[in-house]
Design a protein around this ligand. Structure first.
Ligand code: AMP
Length: 190
């Protein structure tokens, strides 16, 4: 079983490459952003809480995210090829909680795959996505806040997973198939 954290700034291609991994390996997929957008759509209490943070480009509090993640993970049952964590963890406490949550179940993260994309390119992709997807947080002002949050709260995880010995850096700027080839290379050698 291979649990993979797909990691990178907003707009780095985590969702796109997750789709390719699901098709290739039959992994389960947890996108915490998608989970939260689903809650907002369904008008739940959690959705109402989440919307305030998302529209401000801020992170949802760790305790809340950690509870959500454990319940979604358990929904996959015991017999799976592995799960892709997309958009989680985003803080060091989330990474620590993920490690603990998986260990309790006799599981672990096998690799943290970082998609590295230059800032200008991220901005371009997110503005374009905003025009197509209608995501309320893909406007220039909120994108800037999200990138700041990424640099201050999320990017320290690169070092954290480096210390765990499972950080893999991938150049996320270029041909989609080349990027996916690099990802496959990592996964196939785990
Ligand atoms: P994403 O679709 O991954 O870009 O997530 C969209 C937004 O959902 C983020 O900007 C956060 O407000 C919120 N969010 C998603 N995942 C997390 C997480 N792991 N921790 C805190 N907030 C999150």
């Amino acid at each position: 079983m291979k649990n993979i954290v797909i990691f990178g700034a907003p707009g780095s291609g985590k969702g796109t490459q997750s789709d390719k991994m699901i098709a290739q390996y039959g992994f389960g997929h947890i996108s915490t952003g998608d989970v939260l957008r689903g809650e907002i759509k369904n008008g739940t209490e959690l959705g109402k809480t989440a919307k305030g943070y998302i529209d401000q480009g801020q992170l949802i509090p760790d305790e809340l995210m950690i509870d959500i993640l454990a319940s979604v993970y358990d929904g996959f049952g015991k017999e799976h090829e592995g799960v892709i964590f997309d958009g989680f963890p985003r803080t060091i406490p989330q990474a620590e909680a993920l490690k603990k949550m998986l260990a309790k179940r006799g599981h672990k993260v096998a690799a943290m795959i970082e998609l590295d994309v230059p800032e200008e390119e991220l901005m371009k992709r997110l503005v374009l996505r905003g025009q197509q997807s209608g995501r309320t947080d893909d406007n220039e002002e909120t994108i800037k806040k999200r990138l700041n949050v990424y640099h201050s709260q999320t990017s320290p995880l690169i070092k954290w997973y480096g210390k765990e010995g499972i950080h893999y850096h991938i150049d996320g700027f270029g041909e989609l198939d080349r990027i996916f080839g690099d990802i496959r290379h990592v996964i196939d050698h785990l």
